[in-house]
Ligand binder design. Structure first.
Ligand code: ARG
Length: 297
């Protein structure tokens, strides 16, 4: 996977001042799952065609490249052991949602993936995370929950039950804004919207219901909007550290828009994982630790 524009490994790289806003990469702790048992053996979204060939060896190589890239950008990558019989476990983003060191477990919509929820939660337990919630309602982790600053944007429509949004708000104590997805090719929020910084996002308007589109336009009037072409190659399935934005390399229009805003787009090729309807962000779960308590005034 030829990654373009890879910035050397200093975590605090900033963009050139001529780009207006100063960009700063902050090092993140990420969780990934090697696709050792990956394959497209069932179909739970329109990208998945079990009858078409899928190369697990190539998927492994592409995934290793993504992991190396994160490390080279200064991030810490933890890995969870893949489990035979759970081919989609590579999509770590779906394994949980972690905010302030608190872990909301994932409860999957499809029987094919339900065993992943407890598997991820056990990993968190073993790692010493203490504050958990095993959810009452279906939610597919960071596939549908994306943190922007101190607010969670929350997808629904295909996977996550809208009742989960109130459950997440109560558990994390941050405001949750529900957004309804309407296009089955963008069945998770992280396939239609990506968080770039504490207050910036990019998204594909056509993936959302009219009401949700209005909400997004009101909350993020300056957001980068993806073209149908960039959305179709999963360009919004991106991971940003505040400066470097790792995204599918085919999303050249988004890369150009990101560069204009002073971000550093880094293209990756995850063709084999796309056959299951996933890309860079789907393979990546951010482990956000507890915030330092605010100094009292
Ligand atoms: N095949 C998986 C599914 O349909 C892909 C999950 C992609 N993950 C994501 N965070 N969007 O559930």
């Amino acid at each position: 996977m030829p990654a373009t524009d890879v910035t050397p490994s200093t975590p605090s790289v900033t963009s050139a001042p001529e780009h207006g806003r100063r960009r700063e990469a902050t090092p993140r702790r990420l969780l990934m799952c090697r696709p050792s048992h990956y394959g497209v053996v069932y179909s739970i979204n329109p990208w998945m065609h079990p009858d078409k060939p899928c190369d697990t060896g190539l998927a492994l190589a592409q995934w290793e490249e993504l992991r190396r890239l994160y490390t080279s950008l200064g991030h810490t990558v933890d890995v969870i052991d893949p489990i035979p019989g759970l081919p989609d476990m590579v999509f770590a983003a779906n394994g949980a949602t972690v905010v302030d060191g608190k872990v909301l477990g994932a409860r999957f919509r499809h029987a094919e993936r339900t065993a992943e929820g407890p598997a991820y939660l056990s990993w968190f337990r073993e790692q010493g995370f203490e504050d958990f919630l095993w959810p009452e309602f279906i939610n597919e982790g960071e596939g549908d929950y994306l943190l922007v600053g101190r607010r969670l944007l929350a997808g629904t429509g295909f996977r996550t039950d809208p009742r989960s949004h109130a459950e997440a708000q109560e558990f994390f104590g941050v405001p949750v804004t529900g957004l309804t997805l309407v296009n089955p090719r963008h069945y998770h929020l992280d396939t239609a919207l990506s968080v770039l910084s504490e207050d910036e996002i990019m998204y594909y308007p056509d993936a959302f219901s009219p009401g949700s589109r209005s909400v997004l336009a009101e909350m993020f009037p300056d957001a980068i909007l993806a073209s149908p072409e960039d959305a179709a190659v999963f360009g919004l399935n991106a991971f940003s550290d505040g400066y470097n934005v790792v995204l599918p390399q085919a999303a050249t229009g988004l890369a150009a828009q990101l560069r204009e805003r002073g971000f550093n787009p880094v293209g990756v090729d995850l063709s084999e994982l796309l056959k299951a309807g996933g890309s860079a962000k789907c393979c990546t779960l951010e482990l956000r630790s507890a915030q330092a308590p605010r100094a009292s005034v």
